[in-house]
Design a protein around this ligand. Structure first.
Ligand code: ZN
Length: 346
């Protein structure tokens, strides 16, 4: 792993990496800019090409390209490594790491990736699901890009598939994909799939790794929730992620504003129409009115670091207006410039 780090550092300079996220100006042999990690009007964030590091005189943040990307993008070290390796064109080598030595996080990421593939194949083999996705105006290309999937309405399809791939019950459960009722009176209960009969939208972190799912019921049975989301796991904290951030972050920075929409469909269709600086609250804490405001400010963290300007584009029904007001209050409390798009009803 350390050779990966060294190779990446040889190819990427601190000023290029940091400069791709925030505006930097020359300041002698250093560069300076406004700190992305605390609110400030005059720049106190310095980048030193000589030392390959950065330091903020306002809040004390310091480090190298890896810690910068971790902190800015809200990733762990492995996520930052993945992003920077892709950027540097370095093929990551994991010498001497066999399955038995993978950390729990790596194992759960592998479970989520395999589940994503399973759902993707599920969509390809169900005409009913394909027809539904089409009826919502989503093209085949877009479905592929967002890795939209489908799981038929059965109890153990994913579970059986993952077991066939030699994943452990404990890891599949910790990834939030299966559930088991408590054993009762000596009767052993069996695991079953959390997601059944649903169109599956993978939720990725900003480095593009699938960390959760949001599933929309395909055939409404009148008793199941329309949308079902992954529970919080060691991969997924619904207070820190927004749906679509991995695909929107570059355009948010370039256009210098983000657009916040409500659902996955809204997001996917916005990106399909070329409005790629869009992120969605669905499946995250920002959409969950039971979660306190203090706990959801992190949802907007990376969006705010990329641009202080945000437009809220929620449905014009009462629920949408309420959600917009709630998000607006949170964004304003972070010092963001907020606009609300007044969408015609319907
Ligand atoms: Zn700072």
């Amino acid at each position: 792993m350390s050779s990966n780090v060294e190779k990446i550092k040889e190819r990427l300079s601190i000023e290029d990496v940091v400069g791709s996220y925030i505006k930097l100006d020359n300041a002698g042999k250093n560069l300076k800019g406004k700190c992305p990690f605390h609110n400030e009007k005059t720049p106190s964030f310095f980048v030193s090409p000589d030392r390959g590091g950065y330091y903020c005189f306002g809040c004390g943040e310091k480090g190298d390209i890896f810690s910068f990307v971790e902190k800015f993008e809200g990733l762990d070290f492995m996520g930052a490594l993945k992003l920077l390796a892709e950027r540097a064109g370095v093929e990551l080598e994991f010498n001497n790491v066999n399955d038995g030595q993978k950390t729990e996080k790596e194992r759960l990421l592998a479970v989520m990736e395999e589940a994503t593939k399973f759902f993707e194949n599920g969509l390809k083999s169900s005409q009913q699901a394909i027809d539904y996705v089409k009826s919502r105006g989503i093209t085949e290309e877009t479905a592929k890009k967002f890795r939209i999937g489908y799981v038929p309405a059965d109890w153990r399809l994913l579970y059986t598939y993952l077991k066939g791939k030699k994943f452990a019950d404990a890891d599949i459960e910790k990834a939030g994909l299966i559930k088991k009722p408590d054993d009762e009176g000596g009767v052993k209960k069996e695991y079953y799939d959390r997601f059944r009969g649903r169109i599956m939208f993978p939720i990725s972190d900003s480095s593009g790794r699938v960390i959760a799912f949001s599933g929309r019921i395909l055939v409404d049975d009148g008793k199941s929730a329309k949308y079902l989301n992954s529970p919080d796991t060691i991969l997924f904290n619904k207070s820190t992620v927004l749906y679509g951030i991995d695909k929107a972050k570059q355009d948010i920075r370039i256009k210098n504003y983000s657009i916040l929409v409500e659902g996955q469909m809204d997001l996917v269709l916005s990106h399909q129409a070329g409005i790629k600086n869009t992120v969605a609250v669905s499946g995250t804490a920002l959409a969950d009115t039971l979660i306190s405001k203090e706990n959801v400010v992190n949802n907007l963290g990376i969006v705010k670091r990329l641009s202080n300007n945000i437009i809220l584009a929620f449905d014009s029904d009462p629920a949408g207006r309420k959600a917009a007001m709630r998000s607006a209050r949170i964004a304003l409390s972070l010092g963001m410039d907020v606009k609300i798009a007044d969408l015609p009803e319907g």
